[in-house]
Structure formats: structure tokens, C-alpha cells
Write a protein that binds this ligand. Structure first.
Ligand code: CA
Length: 480
């Protein structure tokens, strides 16, 4: 180690790196779309291996309780950029644009002297603001030979979307102004539905049987009507584009679910494999350019996903598999390799965390908090012990999940499906009843049995109800 590096790393170790003259790290933020942590081997996946994503965990820290505040693509992206809940950003549903005039973390980093770029999925409807360079997919984008919009100009490209996002990210890194630290958001489209693999992995898992989750055949007993009603069942609620073949005539019930699960999960994991390759390409570039020490690398996803869990695909619910985001981060100057942390952090905190590393002020209207110290294993004493969640897209036609809000602690989860008329999004006739669920996450981590209303949980239920109201007030949300 050079003497200068030694001094700087000692300063960082003593928590004194901020302020004038401190080194400002590059930030490489890699985000997939719908990549659940239980399909990452660093998180103990039973169904696949992700050697390159694992490199980030091996060289840094794995966060085990990173949650999104609204488990759906567009809103979660709005939260990540602004550090504000969906009811503040106005991006509550897939259709809501993020107003480019709003404050966002890219604008702040750009103004603070960072070179800023975004490549890949954007999905916030209006043009990105705060990025020196942007090369994004229109809407969801296409897996094969996709159109990209590069700084406002549409171009069609040949190739597989995930590899192209890797190419464009590398191109920008190579040509970036070298006199500034960089902030790059590399946003993969994969492994979003309809899970179209690239040519390299089209036959991965052929002839294999992927292990099924233990609740693939969940019958939703002891759960809300909302769980029964949701149209996210593997097989039953899929179409030909999902399974990419004809449904065998007469195949029904559990047999249909088992058959469709194998087809769907293999394609999903094939998509993940290309993402993993492209994570590796970026890591290799950092190594070759001697940028590893000075670059924060993050791997995450805009939210989780049901991988046949509860018999489902998709997300939206506040249940664990959908709520949990993978979050792996490497930054050798501050974070020891191979770390594990169970503090509760949220997508709401990302912007604040980036600003903290950049030595920039966090605006007062951001609602999260930097978890820089948590990543180093130094959890602030007053760190949050509960989180607030809200899903707004009430019974939209495709998946038919009831709007709900809730609170999660380290041990329990309370969910309120507030119910309302179906209105313009459906038949206009259906009214859903308000209903509650309470889960004991210690004894029932798979959330198979709601204990709401059970005498033994009366105190927990009362406490969580109060906590939910406190968080709604804190975040200025309006109860239904
Ligand atoms: Ca998503």
C-alpha cells in the first residue's frame, strides 16, 4: 500500500474521511428488475448460482433486511431517486411519471461535481433529469434487438438487451471525464416478465428439475381474501407468452402449477445468468482500471419477486419475498469483506446514502436516512426498528392485488387491505372488504397463517396498529 493510500484508509477507518480534501468514491449502482434475493447464491439460493454478483458480497457486505416501500417497478424507482415515499413523489402506480422538475439524487450528485450516467431500464415515463448521459429503454423495453433512447434519440440495436446494457455501461465508463468521480446507474430489464433468455443461456437447466418452494401449492387458507383473489398463480394466471409453448390440454390444478413452474423459473434464472455475466464485466473493468478501492459497487433490484412462493409469480404484496430487495455492496475503503448485516434499510435510504458518501448535504425533504455506518457494522443506536409500506394499485386488472398498507418490525408484520370500490380500473361493481393480516415472522417466516384477532397476539396487534399510525404521520401519508 502506498503511504498516501495508507493514510487515507486510516482516516476512513476512523470515520474522518469526510470533509475538505477527502476522497470521493465513484458509485456504480447496478439494479436488476424483479430479481429476488433467493435467486442469488450469496443469499443462499437453492435454485441457481450467481458467481459474479457473489463477488460483490464476498468483497463487501450482504444486507439481509433491505425492503422496498412499494413493491412495484415504477414507484420503487421513484423512491430510489428521490428518497421520498410514493405519496410524496406522486409515483404511486406504474402509470405515474416522475416529474423531471423534482429534486433527485442524480441532480444533486451532478451539481456536486459527479459525472452522472444511466443506462437501461428507466420506466419513469418522462426523460431522465440529472444525468450527463442517458441511454434508456422506452417503457419496459424489449429483450431482443431493443430500441434505446440515447440522450433523447431513438436507436434500434441488434443483440440481447442485458448484454447491450453491459456494453453501453462499459462504453460510458471508458469515455467518462476522468477528472470527476462517477455515478452510474446500470439498470437491467432482466429478469422481468416475460423472462426471455439470451442465446448464451437458452438451454441452461435443460433436462434438470429446479427445486420447488415448499409452499408452491399454497391454498391461501388462514389468509386474507386479497391473497385468494390475486391473479398471480403460476400456471393458472399465466399465458402462452409466459410459458412459450402451448398449455397441455386438460392439465389442471397442482399438475398445471408444477409444469408451469419449471418452465417459468428456468427462463427467469436464464435471464438472471446473463445479468450475472454483465455484473462480472463491470467488476472486471474496475479491476483492470485499478478502480476497485475507490468505487462503491451495489447490486440490488427494484423489489423482490415470488419464485413460486405461495404458488405465485410477480410481486406487489407486502409479503416477504416481494418486500425484500437484495442489497450487496462493496467499498474496500470502508467495508470489510464478507460482512452480513440485518439492520432494516429501505430503498427510501439509497439517495441519502449516496449523498453521504459524496460528502453532500441531504435535503430536508428526503424521508430516508443514510446507512453508511450500518454498512460498516456500526449501527446508530436510534436506527429504525420498523418500516412502513404501501401498495396503491387497487385491483388493477392484470394481477388483481388489493391496495394495502402495513408495518413490519424484526418480528411481526401487520397488513391492512383497506378496500374500496373497483372504480374505473375494472367492472365498477365490486367492492372489496377491509381486512387485516398479522404475521409472526419468528414462528411463521413463510407467512402461511395470519394470527390477526388471536388473543395471544392482542398486545402485538395493538402496538403495531399504533406504530403504523405513527409512521403514517411521520411520512405524511393519509390513511384510507
Ligand atoms: Ca420490477
Amino acid at each position: 500500500m502506498q503511504r498516501r493510500d495508507f493514510l487515507l484508509s486510516s482516516l476512513a477507518g476512523a470515520g474522518m474521511a469526510r470533509g475538505a480534501g477527502a476522497r470521493r468514491p465513484n458509485i456504480l449502482f447496478i439494479m436488476a428488475d424483479d430479481h429476488a434475493s433467493h435467486a442469488i447464491s450469496a443469499y443462499g439460493s437453492r435454485i441457481n448460482r450467481t458467481p459474479n454478483i457473489d463477488r460483490i458480497a464476498q468483497g463487501g457486505v450482504r444486507m439481509d433486511n433491505c425492503f422496498c416501500t412499494n413493491s412495484i417497478c415504477t414507484p420503487s424507482r421513484g423512491v430510489i431517486l428521490t428518497g421520498q415515499y410514493s405519496h410524496i413523489t406522486g409515483v404511486k402506480t406504474l402509470q405515474d411519471p416522475l416529474d423531471p422538475a423534482r429534486q433527485n439524487v442524480a441532480k444533486l450528485l451532478q451539481a456536486g461535481g459527479y459525472a452522472t450516467g444511466i443506462v437501461g431500464k428507466w420506466h419513469l415515463h418522462k426523460d431522465p433529469a440529472g444525468f450527463d448521459y442517458w441511454n434508456i429503454l422506452p417503457g419496459q423495453g424489449a429483450y431482443y434487438d431493443p430500441v434505446f433512447i440515447e440522450n433523447g434519440e431513438k436507436k434500434k440495436h441488434q443483440g440481447y438487451c442485458t448484454d447491450l446494457i453491459g456494453d453501453f455501461s462499459l462504453n460510458w465508463l471508458k469515455g467518462r471525464p476522468k477528472d470527476k468521480p462517477f455515478f452510474l446507474m446500470c439498470h437491467h430489464k432482466a429478469p422481468h416478465r416475460n423472462w426471455q433468455p439470451g442465446p448464451k443461456y437458452a438451454h441452461l437447466f435443460d433436462g434438470q428439475t429446479i427445486p420447488e418452494p415448499d409452499n408452491l401449492f399454497d391454498d391461501y387458507a388462514h389468509r386474507s381474501e386479497a391473497a385468494h383473489r390475486a391473479r398471480m398463480r403460476v400456471g393458472e394466471n399465466m399465458n402462452r407468452n409466459d410459458v412459450k409453448t402451448d398449455f397441455p390440454p386438460g392439465l389442471k390444478g397442482n399438475d398445471l402449477r408444477r409444469w408451469a413452474y419449471q418452465l417459468y423459473i428456468k427462463d427467469y434464472l436464464r435471464c438472471v445468468q446473463s445479468v450475472d455475466d454483465n455484473v462480472g464485466r463491470l467488476l472486471d473493468y474496475l479491476k483492470a482500471e485499478n478502480l476497485e478501492q475507490d468505487t462503491i459497487v451495489i447490486y440490488t433490484s427494484d423489489q423482490g419477486f415470488f419464485l413460486g412462493d405461495h404458488g405465485w409469480f410477480d410481486k406487489r404484496f407486502m409479503y416477504e419475498e416481494s418486500l425484500r430487495m437484495p442489497f450487496l455492496m462493496r467499498y474496500p475503503r470502508e467495508i470489510k469483506p464478507g460482512g452480513l448485516n440485518r439492520d432494516m434499510v429501505l430503498n427510501l435510504d439509497f439517495a441519502e446514502t449516496f449523498l453521504d458518501y459524496a460528502g453532500l448535504k441531504v435535503p430536508a425533504d428526503m424521508q430516508g436516512r443514510s446507512f453508511r455506518q450500518n454498512l460498516r457494522g456500526r449501527t446508530p443506536k436510534d436506527w429504525r426498528k420498523s418500516m412502513y409500506y404501501r401498495y396503491w394499485m387497487h385491483l388493477t386488472n392484470d394481477h388483481y392485488v388489493a391496495a394495502h398498507y402495513g408495518v413490519r418490525t424484526h418480528t411481526h408484520k401487520l397488513i391492512y387491505y383497506y378496500g374500496k370500490p373497483l372504480g374505473a380500473t375494472g367492472t365498477g361493481k365490486e367492492i372489496t372488504p377491509p381486512e387485516w393480516e398479522l404475521f409472526d415472522l419468528k414462528s411463521d417466516p413463510r407467512e402461511m397463517r395470519s394470527v390477526y384477532g388471536e388473543a395471544e397476539y392482542a398486545k402485538v396487534q395493538a402496538d403495531l396498529t399504533k406504530e403504523m399510525a405513527r409512521l403514517q404521520e411521520l411520512y405524511r401519508d393519509t390513511p384510507a
